[in-house]
Design a protein around this ligand. Structure first.
Ligand SMILES: [Fe+2]
Length: 270
């Protein structure tokens, strides 16, 4: 059995600053405490990008201080809000994959292969997997030799019918082509959209985690004029992570809220 924890969209800002009114460091540290208390038995923790809100050095320094509070060091990759240059300068060049030049990782644990891909592209909000990354991914899948594979990356691989559809992974088709077939891909987990969605794209099962920042209302079915006017309600939302439980036969993904302002119902009601 593999127990994998995936967090996303931390959007850390320098000390004394807020991001859209939210104290993102406090939110992250609530999440870290939650993981340490509830998931001390996790085999692996991955953070799926948008580590910093604006990619400044001071934000990565503050992030590093918070991450040291995890009982085990998480594996990191980047999102569109990050800066690979500033990140690598601060966290060290050993985070950069020699073959791809991006923050890509492969981890073999408990009979599974976990592949973490950096879909960020400097200067743009949408994501992409470069040719070198697709080649590296293919190599990792070949080496997995049918072992269950779980993939984590920042950008979602297909549109969801929501306002962020213009900034998804721009070569989702090339990715899907590579991972579909007899690859034993159990799940592709992403962040980016700040909402939880699950589905299947060209035979590839995927989900997105609402993450640690604000949540975006999908506005499905909203009047066209509201949608075209850029009417996108955002909420404080939960702080949300994914808990992936996977063995030889099944992979289950729980979305757990480490920040949740919902009322806890009285025991008398049961
Ligand atoms: Fe984000």
């Amino acid at each position: 059995m593999l127990k994998l924890i995936v967090l996303s969209d931390l959007h850390i800002v320098p000390e004394g600053d807020l991001s859209h009114g939210l104290d993102t460091t406090e939110r992250l540290e609530t999440g870290i405490d939650f993981v340490n208390r509830r998931h001390a038995d996790a085999d692996l923790i991955v953070i799926a990008g948008d580590l910093a809100d604006r990619g400044e050095k001071a934000a990565y320094e503050r992030l590093q201080t918070s991450l040291a509070k995890f009982a085990q060091a998480p594996v990191l990759t980047l999102g569109n809000h990050d800066s690979i240059e500033v990140f690598a300068d601060h966290f060290g060049k050993d985070h950069v994959n020699e073959q791809t030049g991006k923050i890509d990782h492969v981890i073999d644990r408990n009979g599974h292969r976990v592949i973490v891909l950096d879909t960020s592209v400097p200067g743009q909000a949408g994501g992409r997997l470069e040719e070198a990354q697709l080649a590296w991914l293919e190599q990792q899948l070949n080496e997995a030799a049918g072992k269950p594979v779980i993939i984590v990356m920042h950008h979602n691989i297909t549109p969801f019918g929501v306002p962020t559809d213009g900034i998804i992974l721009e070569n989702g088709d090339a990715f899907a082509e590579l991972v579909s077939g007899n690859r034993n891909i159990r799940y592709v987990l992403s962040g980016h959209v700040h909402m939880s969605v699950s589905g299947n794209f060209r035979g590839v099962p995927f989900c997105t985690i609402a993450g640690g920042h604000y949540n975006i209302e999908p506005t499905l079915g909203a009047p066209t004029q509201e949608r075209s006017a850029g009417f996108v309600p955002r909420r404080e939302g939960p702080g949300q992570l994914a808990v992936v439980l996977s063995d030889d036969t099944a992979t289950v993904v729980h979305m757990e809220n480490y920040i949740d302002r919902h009322l806890v119902l009285s025991p008398d009601l049961f």
